[in-house]
Write a protein that binds this ligand. Structure first.
Ligand code: ADP
Length: 207
């Protein structure tokens, strides 16, 4: 690993339906390593996840389901009525998510990846990510396009998609955090691919 450049840590974010996952997959196909923040967060509370024992100890075994995973419905009901429970849960989960992310990042570096992409849907909302990244790529599009894409993908109603969008950062807030923006509107997948590759060329000057 001598003489290898320090890997570039790129945050990838975008509103639901912006095309963030599509861009993430294109980056992976071009050789980047992808760390999926949501998947890592889910994994610590999945069966045999690293947070399960501490959750059972703190909240009781009734918060663990028969499969050995967090009983999400029960926990949701508790944290809804008890703000301190939410804090106790986050105090268990956040350090374990950080550890799992570090382990995955370390494995990617050891495998020789020079571009590490952190797919963080709520990057702008959570705030804590920014200092850990060298740059942020925002995938952006019109809200009407977000709604159309998510309805086509999931079968959700327009109102349901609008509700999800309203709970996320606005386009303007996200764009303020961006070092690179892909405006994924009216682009063919080939044109999107070309934009992703242009950003990778740009990044290779920096890594
Ligand atoms: P996100 O991860 O931001 O929610 P996705 O990458 O899953 O969004 O994209 C949402 C949907 O829109 C997917 O079905 C994807 O294939 C499609 N899509 C995204 N960008 C384009 C594009 N430029 N051309 C055609 N389809 C696209």
């Amino acid at each position: 690993m001598q003489n290898s450049p320090r890997p570039f840590r790129l945050g990838l974010t975008g509103g639901i339906g912006s095309g963030k996952s599509t861009v993430g997959q294109m980056l992976v196909d071009a050789g980047a390593a992808l760390m999926d923040a949501d998947a890592i967060a889910r994994s610590v509370t999945a069966p045999n996840g690293s947070a399960i024992a501490a959750i059972a100890q703190t909240f009781g075994s009734e918060f663990i389901n028969a499969e050995g995973a967090l009983n999400r419905d029960r926990m949701r009901a508790l944290v809804f009525s008890d703000a301190s429970a939410k804090q106790r849960l986050e105090a268990i989960i956040h350090p374990l998510v950080s550890l799992a992310t570090q382990a995955q990042t370390q494995a990617a570096v050891e495998a020789g990846h020079t571009l590490l992409v952190f797919d963080v849907p709520l990057l702008v909302e959570s705030g804590r990510w920014r200092t850990q990244l060298d740059g942020v790529l925002v995938v952006d599009c019109e809200v009407t396009t977000q709604i159309e894409r998510v309805m086509a993908r999931s079968g959700l109603s327009a109102e349901a998609v609008q509700g999800i969008i309203a709970a996320q950062a606005t386009r303007a807030q996200r764009l303020l955090a961006a070092d690179w923006v892909i405006f994924n509107e009216g682009l063919s997948l080939d044109a999107l691919h070309a934009e992703v590759h242009q950003i990778m060329r740009d990044l290779s000057c920096k890594v």
